[in-house]
Design a protein around this ligand. Structure first.
Ligand code: ADP
Length: 345
């Protein structure tokens, strides 16, 4: 039950006045009028005193609340001190409750602001990425319409370039769709037991042509072993594809890309290594972010969407694991990830 300062003061004043009258009535010579006056005086004085003291206490606690809220706003306060056991002051507990609530709301506001900023950056990035192939294809088509169509050689060349831009656009939209479906939870991991080796071998087969164009040798360590893991085979194949494709993209002609395995008691680590250009250490913490590229023009020139590693990160998070990377500039990179071994394997 919550009493107002006025009713508390009234109750206490009545009590003090009664006690005063009771004591005075013990004096023999005291008259009724004197008792009445003494009672009234003690009632008024104690009412005023108690009222002022209580109002002062409330005022002080409200001031404290204001100060706490100002600190929360300025982010100088990150947690509430918490009541000492046995503390009975109701104003203090209300103060703490208000502060805790304000802290929670402030955190939510900060989180929403961060998300809003992230959303704005993402939309700006997507628009820019979409614009690039569309503008390129638009340029080729307009040049054709402006007369280049009549020259068969030029026509074929420009049509091929426009088609390549459209293929890039298609890849970008596919990657964006995959990412958004993973975020909304539309893509669920279908976990089951499967052998990692043929999955990796298939990926190497599919990317063989791309590697051959750059005279890059591809190798699968110990292709005859059986390495059974518990994961989503299709999604893990996508992870290996993205890692091997990057390894080929960022390795100069004549280099080597290999897949190997590190077999532990409970987990199997898959390692995708290359003898490529490597990644400077200051970029390593950011390469899994969407559209983050060490060298923007180089990535686009190689047909990269800037989303490959973001997809890898999402898929591995869906398996409660993550990708690790070790890289030395000028020597190469090793991307790796762990998956749980099948029981009884
Ligand atoms: P992209 O489509 O640009 O390759 P990713 O998300 O796959 O996008 O990779 C992000 C960036 O990380 C790349 O632009 C590149 O700078 C860097 N990167 C990824 N893999 C490698 C690698 N094996 N060697 C060197 N750099 C790499």
């Amino acid at each position: 039950m919550v009493y107002s300062a006025r009713s508390m003061a009234l109750l206490l004043a009545v009590f003090i006045a009664l006690v005063t009258v009771l004591f005075l009535s013990l004096v023999e010579s005291v008259t009724f009028d004197a008792l009445l006056v003494a009672g009234l005086i003690s009632f008024s004085v104690s009412y005023l005193l108690v009222y002022v003291v209580l109002e002062f206490m409330v005022f002080r606690e409200i001031n404290k609340i204001h100060k706490m809220l100002a600190k929360v706003r300025k982010k100088e306060l990150t947690q509430v001190a918490g009541q000492k056991p046995g503390a009975l002051n109701p104003l203090r507990s209300i103060n703490e409750e208000i502060t805790a609530f304000a802290l929670l709301k402030q955190k939510e506001i900060d989180e929403l602001k961060k998300l809003e900023q992230f959303r704005k950056e993402f939309i700006a990035n997507v628009s820019h990425e979409l614009k690039t192939p569309i503008f390129a294809a638009q340029g080729f088509i307009h040049t054709l319409l402006d007369g280049a169509m009549n020259d068969k050689q030029v026509r074929d060349k420009f049509l091929k370039k426009a088609a390549r831009s459209m293929d890039g656009l298609d890849m970008l939209v596919q990657d964006l769709l995959t990412l958004s479906q993973m975020e909304t939870g539309d893509i669920k991991m279908k976990l089951d037991y499967f052998d990692l080796v043929p999955v990796c071998s298939d990926v190497l087969d599919q990317l063989e042509g791309k590697a051959r164009k750059k005279d890059i040798r591809m190798r699968l360590a110990d292709p005859h072993q059986k390495l059974s893991v518990y994961a989503d085979a299709h999604r893990i194949s996508q992870v290996v594809t993205n890692l091997v494709s990057n390894a080929i993209n960022y390795t100069p002609e004549g280099g080597e890309v290999s897949i190997s395995f590190d077999i532990g008691k409970k987990n199997i680590t898959t390692l995708v290594s290359d003898t490529g250009e490597g990644i400077p250490p200051e970029h390593l913490p950011r390469i899994f972010e969407r559209f983050y590229r060490v060298d923007k023009s180089r990535s686009r020139e190689k047909g990269g969407t800037g989303l490959g590693l973001a997809i890898v990160k999402h898929i591995l998070e869906g398996h409660n694991t993550r990708a690790d990377v070790e890289s030395t500039v000028g020597k190469g990179s090793v991307f790796s990830f762990k998956l749980p071994r099948s029981k009884g394997d």
